[in-house]
Design a protein around this ligand. Sequence first.
Ligand code: ADP
Length: 270
Amino acid sequence: DKDLILAIQIVPFDSTRKLLISRDITQLEKVQTVHRDFVANVSHELRTPLTVIGGFLETLLDLDEPAPGIVRKYMDLMLSQTKRMQRIVEDLLTLSRLENHQNSLRIEPINVPALLQSILSEAQGLSAGRHEVTLTIQTEHWVLGSRDELHSAFANLVSNAIRYTPEGGRITLSWRIEHRQGVFQVSDTGIGIEPQHIPRLTERFYRVDKGRARDTGGTGLGLAIVKHILLRHDAKLDITSTPGEGSHFTIYFPTESLTPSAQKNIAADA
Ligand code: ADP
């Protein structure tokens, strides 16, 4: 196996003999590489706005008596860079909380239709009339999970759909039961994604088009957060897309993640 990495150690066994110990550290090496990449990415993501802010501050200090209009313009630009750093740090904290509290998920019955109604209102606010945003509830069934986390996972997918769909596009949210699973789907008529990118979208800071993603206010951490949340709910994310036509992001909740009454109902229907 060309990817196998072994650590070899020679240790004394007795007065005359030595023992050769080899350990497979492939996994450890991989974890360390991921960690190194992550630190490099975080540093890079924060360095860019810091450089911009530093540049504006220097320019302002160099001006003897800057016109109020100029000061205001630079302040606005610095504020938007500061907000970007805040979003990155918030998302990093969310990710680290999700990773560190693996077992402390507070499970409660979640009224998905009601949750989606509030997500629909948020989405309409975010879109500000630029898209047609609709919600179809095909089942009233609930799931077991964490309200905050599911809200965050659904809202992330919806805000992506809005951010990657040009004005005049359609965003469709739906909740249904399919093959005894709870299915939440967000479809958009946006820019779409080339197939080779799809498997990597949930990696931290992975973006198809860095410039575009930044311009839309993205941190590159949204789908990584979604992935972690779904992992804790035994749910799965499926992504299908056609470049230039749009994308479907679908979450599947297994039967066991539905409330007991929903499970009973589905069993009776089957
Ligand atoms: P970002 O903050 O950059 O949006 P995400 O983790 O939420 O980060 O998404 C990762 C990348 O996946 C995005 O940068 C974008 O390239 C792509 N993406 C996510 N959702 C969509 C979508 N609905 N349509 C097209 N591309 C998308």
